[in-house]
Design a protein around this ligand. Structure first.
Ligand SMILES: [Zn+2]
Length: 148
């Protein structure tokens, strides 16, 4: 069973790495495919080996098939072999900037229930949360959060 360091792990994530992560999310936002909502979102996840993976929201003419930026970033990370995530940055033009939706909070919790979550707009300061603040008591049943 993998031991999640939680807050300790989060505290060790360098501020500089988080700044770069937010910049990566902001950059990705410009490549979102959001012709229906007009609400582009970019996400960047930081894996425990220091690698950053990007995601954008990808909409579809069949609206319910849209996928959030956070989930496309997680998919990219997992496809590359990542299983432990340290942080995610989410950039949008929302006011206030959008936090991950409920579904994405659950998906992120699979890979670290205590993930650092940064949310920000296209520029300027961002807000820092931990995932357990946004999603206390996630559904965890085996899986990556348990070292599977
Ligand atoms: Zn979402």
């Amino acid at each position: 069973m993998t031991e999640w360091a939680g807050g300790e792990l989060a505290d060790n994530v360098e501020a500089v790495a988080l700044a770069h992560l937010m910049e990566a999310a902001r950059d990705a936002m410009g490549r979102a495919y959001a012709p229906y909502s007009g609400f582009p979102v970019g996400a960047a996840v930081l894996a425990d080996d220091g690698t950053t993976f990007l995601g954008v929201n990808v909409e579809n003419a069949s609206y319910p098939l849209a996928v959030c930026a956070e989930r496309t970033a997680v998919g990219t990370a997992v496809a590359a072999g990542a299983r432990r995530l340290l942080a995610v940055a989410v950039a949008s033009r929302g006011e206030p900037p959008a936090t991950p939706c409920g579904g994405c909070r659950q998906v992120l919790a699979e890979f670290n229930p205590n993930l650092v979550v940064l949310v920000g707009g296209p520029s300027g300061p961002w807000t820092r949360y931990t995932l357990d603040q946004l999603l206390p008591h996630p559904f965890l049943h085996g899986g990556a959060a348990h070292g599977v």
